[in-house]
Design a protein around this ligand. Structure first.
Ligand code: FAD
Length: 650
């Protein structure tokens, strides 16, 4: 055995699934000294999650790879519910489409988790050489609480072990054959929804000649799935229950005469309901109720007893009289539904948990990957900014209060939605209310699931560092003043590490309003020595001259106001890049973009004449809002969030 190595890192991320990769993205953006490890020898390639909600797509858009999802993924906005009529004949109810379909330019999409992981990994590479270290398992943990409040100290100690190829890539995780000789991935060997194999790997690796390393870290973020090793080290339980329903999931290329085989929907029969999910590459995912176990004492089921043939037989039974078969099975697994959540997503101020590590539920609501990525996004930028000394550590206290209530909502949604699938009607009598009830459940949770609203708690902005407040996260798309381009406002909030002040400048044709904007401009430029400008006041982030970018959206018709009418601080000049043309926008009508109707102010509830001022954090959600004259108030708020430079450049 090689001698133990010892090393230091500021942030250690355990697990490189969707949550861990999102955290790593922020480490890359802010240039944090970080490491991300995963016990698996490879990323996911097939199976697992596939549903992408608009809110997640909005984040991808801000990270710059939404176009790749659109190119490869499958849009699913309409659902059909097939239920037996009074004669027991399967009939289509629908299509049902979201009543809020036009609220956004993003729609629900389906694409395998493996591709999403690829896109995030590529986005990380755009910023840094941070790479996932694979085939490495975290296996022992120490924490010195006395060092918790010393930001220069490394209170966390984790022992890592490099696994052999065989351990990191167990054969059963990769392929088996489906009887026709084709290889396919079988997800039964690992799982967040199934008992995982990490402790078995630890046992095995102890007997191998592999390298070990002790890493000392300032922060640890456990993104290591439902059987989270990190969560167990800090004794945070998962609370909730496991139900007695066993489900099969298959990703197949169907051979069937069922008319809606490539449409999103459900098929209900006397003994249960199948969920049909069309996917990329002619694949279709089916969630299939396989059996109900008698769980009086043991809550685990024997997953080895579930076979692909068994799942196929259930599909045939439920879809009858339609035919069903396949030659290609890309991936399949079986799981038991459980709804569980951790009471806290952090332990003190140095240890955080994200994703399946803190909430598990059935995959049928299509939110597992979404919630996990949103957790990772939320804690990622906060820890990264604190680690580089640019943000007040108190912002870390907002993580659990912001994300935990959403996990509770997720579980409630899942309980109701899963109930619709497991309910059986043994007599085979038709249930005309079934489709209506399913639509009701979806609509009840739509704002939450699709991210049409942010539910982060609003707090007093003066006295608290709470960074977010409730707000419709959807933007409108104003055209660019100087170029005539049109863009959704959510795209204006790129996840590039900068914060944004959004000045809704109002109708600047009116002299009085123009003066208000000019006064604000002088203030921001630091020309009014009696006031403090938030610009150039806080610690810079690497690669940028500043930490805050100012974006202006006025409400006058673009032809009646010129770009150069605005104060220079709002359209700054760079000797190389020229004027800040994409800093001035107009909430006006755009002839070629039907979404661009000049109604943004109305949507945001802002007076078109007087405007308003907002401060946005990294979540596309504003943390402060006020009048154009209230810059001092905004600065006071920011002083609680960001770290001031030793000598402010006023
Ligand atoms: P994960 O994706 O589970 O990632 C955790 C990572 O941590 C893994 O890569 C693991 O190798 C690593 N890890 C764990 N312990 C250690 C350790 N000690 N040291 C180093 N690394 C470690 N969702 C759906 O929406 N639909 C589905 O049909 C669906 N099916 C699924 C089937 C399976 C078999 C699994 C596992 C998950 C499924 N999910 C499904 C859930 C979805 O994949 C998760 O919600 C999502 O991946 C959660 O992301 P995460 O990053 O939190 O955790």
């Amino acid at each position: 055995q090689d001698a133990d190595l010892e090393s230091h890192t500021d942030v250690l991320i355990v697990g490189a699934g969707p949550a861990g990769l999102m955290v790593a993205y922020w480490m890359a953006v802010y240039g944090v000294r970080a490491r991300i490890i995963d016990k698996r020898g490879t990323k996911v390639f097939t199976g697992q999650a596939d549903g992408l909600r608009p809110r997640t797509l909005e984040l991808f858009d801000s990270m710059g790879f939404q176009h790749r999802v659109i190119h490869e993924g499958h849009v699913a906005v309409e659902a059909n519910f097939w239920v037996p009529d009074e004669n027991g004949k399967l009939t289509r109810q629908g299509p049902h489409c979201s009543p809020k379909i036009n609220e956004s330019n993003h729609h629900n999409m389906l694409l395998t988790q493996g591709r999403i992981e690829r896109f995030v990994i590529d986005a990380i590479r755009e910023y840094s050489d941070l790479e996932v270290e694979r085939g490495i398992i975290a296996e022992s943990f120490g924490y010195d609480e006395n060092l918790e409040n010393d930001l220069d100290a490394y209170p966390i100690m984790v022992k890592l072990r490099t696994l052999s190829d065989e351990e990191a890539n167990p054969a059963h995780l990769i392929t088996s054959t489906n009887g026709s000789g084709r290889q396919m991935a079988n997800g039964q060997g690992r799982g967040s929804l199934l008992p995982d194999d990490w402790d078995e790997l630890i046992q095995k690796s102890r007997h191998r000649k592999t390298r070990t390393e002790t890493v000392k870290a300032k922060f640890i973020i456990g993104c290591d799935g439902a059987h989270s090793w990190t969560r167990k080290q800090v004794n945070i339980p998962l609370e909730g229950s496991v139900t007695d329903h066993i489900w099969g999931v298959i990703d197949i290329v169907p051979l069937s005469n069922f008319p809606d085989m490539r449409r999103l929907g459900t098929i209900t029969h006397s003994s249960g309901t199948i969920l049909v999910i069309p996917r990329e590459r002619n694949l279709v995912r089916l969630y299939v109720p396989v059996q109900i176990v008698n769980n009086t004492s043991d809550t685990r089921f024997d997953r080895a007893a579930i076979t692909l043939e068994m799942i196929k037989a259930r599909v045939r039974n439920i879809m009858s009289p339609y035919t069903f078969d396949f030659q290609i099975c890309d991936w399949w697994t079986a799981y038991q539904i459980g709804q569980r959540v951790a009471p806290s997503f952090n332990k003190g101020s140095r240890i955080y948990l994200a994703g399946d590590a803190v909430h598990t539920h059935s995959p049928k609501v299509g939110l597992g990957m979404n919630m996990s990525m949103q957790d990772g996004f939320n804690i990622g930028w906060k820890v990264a900014m604190v680690a580089i000394g640019a943000a007040n550590p108190a912002i870390l206290e907002t993580y659990t209060p912001e994300r935990h209530p959403l996990a509770e909502m997720l579980l409630e949604f899942d309980r109701l939605w899963s109930g619709e699938f497991t309910e059986t009607n043994e007599d085979g009598v038709s249930n005309p209310d079934k489709a209506e009830r399913m639509v009701d459940v979806v609509e009840k949770f739509m704002d939450f699931a699709d991210g049409l609203k942010a539910y982060y708690p609003a707090k007093s902005r003066r006295n608290s560092t709470c960074f977010c407040t409730q707000f419709d996260s959807w933007g409108a798309n104003p055209p660019l003043q100087a170029e005539g381009n049109s863009r959704w406002t959510t795209r204006l909030f790129e996840s590039d590490g900068l914060f944004r002040i959004i000045i809704l400048a109002g109708d600047v044709r009116v002299e009085e309003q123009k003066k208000r904007v000019e006064t604000l401009g002088r203030l921001l430029a630091g020309m009014d020595k009696t006031k403090i400008s938030p610009l150039h006041r806080y610690v810079h982030i690497p690669g940028y001259k500043d930490q805050i970018r100012v974006v202006t959206i006025h409400s006058a018709p673009w032809k009646e106001v010129e770009f150069f009418d605005f104060p220079e601080i709002l359209r700054p000049f760079d000797p190389v890049m020229g004027w800040g043309y994409d800093d001035i926008w107009c909430d006006g009508f755009c002839t070629w973009d039907p979404h661009c109707q000049g109604k943004g102010y109305e949507k945001w509830g802002v007076d078109r004449n007087r405007g308003r001022c907002w401060f946005f954090g990294q979540t596309n959600i504003f943390g402060w809002a006020g009048e154009l004259e209230e810059l001092d108030d905004m600065t006071a708020y920011l002083d609680g969030v960001l770290v001031k430079m030793p000598t402010p450049e006023l």
